[in-house]
Design a protein around this ligand. Structure first.
Ligand code: PMP
Length: 434
């Protein structure tokens, strides 16, 4: 019996090769730390305020209304009312006729849309260009598909005298970007507005990327989940609308960010059928479809937004106004204590320079862990304030080049931002009066 049970123990390696080196995940680690220690959580990107009433009501109607078929499976590539309204909405934004059945696919959040893209387009050895700092999942997802991520950084320029730095001061070097394109390049990932910096790429910057994509016949995976969260009158430009780009771009969006309901996990892709047909192949052989009631409610949310498009009552207009105000509060709080903020042009996020606070945090000279990561852990444990180290948004080789910044999420209730301000003010007082 004993020998049988010894034999029954597995001795062969069980892990598939594609998982090598991608087992660590910043969110798993920092979400746990925030849950254990934080009193104020400005870490992971989600609102702590509710979604709008019209969206919650639509969900309740879908859940308890007469159409009990909303509790059953729906069409694999998107619940018909949702793909129809998305085709109408994005058709209007892009100025082209979109077919709901072939130009739109609904996914389990933008996360699954990204996964479908990498699985559908990236072959063993293909290179995928990723602009640093980047939403961290791009790198492991490219690797899981057998591809090679190739990184190119946004480089910060010093701001004009006395001014706070803006996310617009972080720019691509055109020659450096061009040098990353080769015949091995299959795709570039663009994320505008960008997580974590909040950078909104200008038309000029997008044209630079678009020209290189066309010249080298490269695909563009355009992660636009923060498309409505753009401030100071800036415009979100869709790269798919630039010359030569529609045929080679997949647009990715998220109801989580669009309607402040990140837990619903409804996302979508919009693009030409010759690209989306391959996403459908991955999707039908993996998750198949996402929750029907959530899709129905999001469809109703978009119906409302289409009717109110550009009007002051539009949620998209109101949300960006509210978030701009929240951004300004956090900018002021951080600036007042000397944790210099980089003013974001969009998104939920703001990156701040922690250099002036270094003396407070005990250093571990021989640690492999980037300084900002140790700082963020110390801060949540000792000050109760959770944030995410910027190095988490860089590849391994570049983590230590950008290790004196942390990212805060300001999509939070006024009371939460005030509590963060109180922590920062108290910390500052303790620093100046030992
Ligand atoms: N892309 C970016 C840039 C993100 O910040 C996020 C969420 N943090 C996602 C994609 C994933 O979105 P979803 O929650 O809809 O899966």
């Amino acid at each position: 019996f004993l020998s049988l049970s010894l034999q029954a123990k597995m001795s062969r390696p069980v892990q598939a090769r594609r998982l090598e080196g991608i087992d660590k995940n910043i969110w798993v680690e920092f979400v746990k730390l925030a849950a254990t220690y934080s009193t104020v959580n400005l870490g992971q990107g989600f609102p702590d305020f509710p979604p709008p009433d019209f969206l919650k009501e639509a969900f309740v109607r879908a859940l308890s209304g007469e159409n009990h078929m909303l509790h059953q499976y729906t069409r694999a590539f998107g619940h018909p009312p949702l793909v129809k309204i998305l085709a109408q909405f994005f058709g209007k934004l892009l100025g082209r006729d979109l077919d709901p059945m072939t130009n739109v696919m609904v996914t389990v959040g933008a996360y699954q849309a990204l996964f479908c893209c990498f699985q559908a387009f990236v072959d063993e050895g293909d290179e995928v260009i990723i602009i640093e700092p980047f939403f961290d999942c791009y790198e492991p997802m490219v690797k899981m598909a057998g591809g090679m991520p190739v990184f190119v950084p946004l480089r910060p320029k010093a701001p004009k005298d006395g001014k706070l730095m803006s996310s617009a001061d972080w720019q691509l070097d055109p020659a450096e970007l061009a040098s990353k394109f080769s015949e091995r390049t299959k795709a570039i990932v663009l994320n505008s507005p960008n997580n974590p910096l909040g950078k909104v790429f200008s038309r000029g910057e997008l044209e630079l990327i678009a020209d290189l994509c066309v010249k080298h016949d490269v695909l563009c995976i355009s992660d636009e989940v923060y498309e409505w969260l753009v401030y100071d009158g800036k415009e979100h430009i869709r790269i798919a609308s630039l010359q030569g780009m529609w045929d080679r771009t997949v647009i990715i969006g998220s109801a989580g960010k669009t309607f402040s309901a990140t837990g619903w996990k409804v996302g979508w892709t919009v693009g030409p059928n010759q690209l989306l047909q391959h996403l459908r192949t991955v999707h039908q052989n993996s998750v198949y479809h996402c929750a029907t009631v959530a899709q129905e409610a999001v469809a109703q949310g978009f119906q409302r937004e289409l009717e109110l498009y550009g009007k002051p009552e539009s949620y998209f207009v109101q949300l960006s106004n509210e978030l701009q105000q929240k951004r300004d509060w956090l900018v002021q709080s951080l600036d007042a204590v000397g944790m210099k903020p980089i003013v974001p042009e969009g998104t939920y996020f703001l990156v701040a320079d922690i250099s002036e606070f270094k003396s407070d945090v005990p250093d571990v000279p021989d640690s492999d862990e980037p300084y900002d990561s140790r700082f963020a852990k110390w801060m949540v444990k000792n000050k109760g304030l959770a944030a995410i180290p910027l190095s988490a948004f860089y590849c391994g080789a570049n983590k230590n080049n950008y290790n004196h910044f942390i990212r805060f999420c300001f999509a939070k209730e006024e009371a939460t931002l005030k509590a963060a301000n109180d922590i920062l003010q108290k910390w500052k007082r303790e620093k100046t009066s030992p």
